[in-house]
Design a protein around this ligand. Structure first.
Ligand SMILES: Nc1ncnc2c1ncn2[C@@H]1O[C@H](COP(=O)(O)OP(=O)(O)O)[C@@H](O)[C@H]1O
Ligand SMILES: [Mg+2]
Length: 254
């Protein structure tokens, strides 16, 4: 079986509002899948559910053979799901390298106490993770700015730092929430190449994105949400010709 993620009959309500309604789909290992839909369709809520930030009211999310919504929240990172946020989730007065190392925290074996006394084993571990973080920065092409504060670097690079941090947790599944938001055409093209390169590392990618050129270029599979419901799914070719999708995106050119 080559499915890595399966969502079945998922439901999430906020008060009287149904943000996700009886949603089911599955994701193939090492694929790139885009979740699209108008504002308020439930895309970010879906990511929040898959990353375990919020709990569903009904249904199931399975990563490999584990059911996410039955796990304690502190066990969820160990499933290998990492994410970026629609609004940047980075620390602006920390430098780039430290921001990336925050992503590795779940793998630190030394406890808080050893950390506090800065023991040898802690320092050895930290050195190992620093090397690994630098490797990821090199992979993303931003190793040269590792000592810069986040507030000193351009927005595009801040986005890349956030992705690097997610990668530094060595995920099997990477969730990207609107990674191209705020980027210009050149920066978006470069991001598309980066996302394809990440997939070549064997990582499965799920992304929410409004930039249709990017979605159509990068995705193997597209899931379309509207008012929390799945109204279509298919290849980019199939989605571009789906009448219901065209209706909700009327006026948008694919
Ligand atoms: N924490 C929350 N509390 C109340 N309503 C929320 C919350 N998060 C999202 N919603 C509502 O759920 C719906 C889906 O939101 P969201 O998942 O952010 O949509 P999208 O990311 O597709 O734009 C919207 O109507 C939104 O207002
Ligand atoms: Mg959103």
């Amino acid at each position: 079986m080559d499915e890595i993620l399966r969502v079945s009959n998922l439901t999430k309500r906020f008060g009287g509002l149904k943000a996700i309604v009886n949603l089911s789909f599955s994701i193939k290992k090492n694929s790139i899948t885009a979740v699209i839909g108008p504002n308020g369709a439930g895309k970010t809520t879906l990511f929040n559910l898959i990353s375990g930030l919020i709990r569903p009211d009904g249904g199931k999310i399975e990563v490999k053979d584990k059911i996410i919504n039955e796990l304690k929240s502190y066990n969820i990172p160990e499933l290998g799901v990492a994410r970026t946020f629609q609004n940047l989730g980075i620390f602006s007065n920390m430098n780039v390298l430290d921001n990336v190392m925050v992503g590795q925290n779940i793998h630190f074996k030394s406890g808080l106490l050893q950390n506090a006394f800065n023991t040898k084993s802690y320092r050895r571990e930290e050195e190992k993770f620093r090397k690994k973080a630098i490797e990821w920065l090199e992979f993303m092409g931003i190793e040269n700015i590792k000592d810069k504060k986040l507030s000193e670097i351009p927005f595009e690079k801040q986005r890349l730092v956030e992705i690097t941090r997610a990668l530094a947790s060595e995920p099997e599944i990477l969730l990207l929430d609107e990674p191209a938001a705020g980027l210009n055409i050149t920066e978006t093209r470069s991001l598309i190449r980066t996302i394809k390169k990440i997939r070549e590392k064997g990582i499965t990618i799920l992304l929410v994105e409004h930039d249709m050129d990017m979605v159509m270029d990068v995705s193997d599979w597209i899931i379309v949400l509207n008012f929390g419901e799945k109204i279509a799914e298919g290849t980019p070719e199939q989605i571009q010709h789906n009448q219901e999708v065209i209706k909700i995106y009327l006026g948008t050119t694919f």
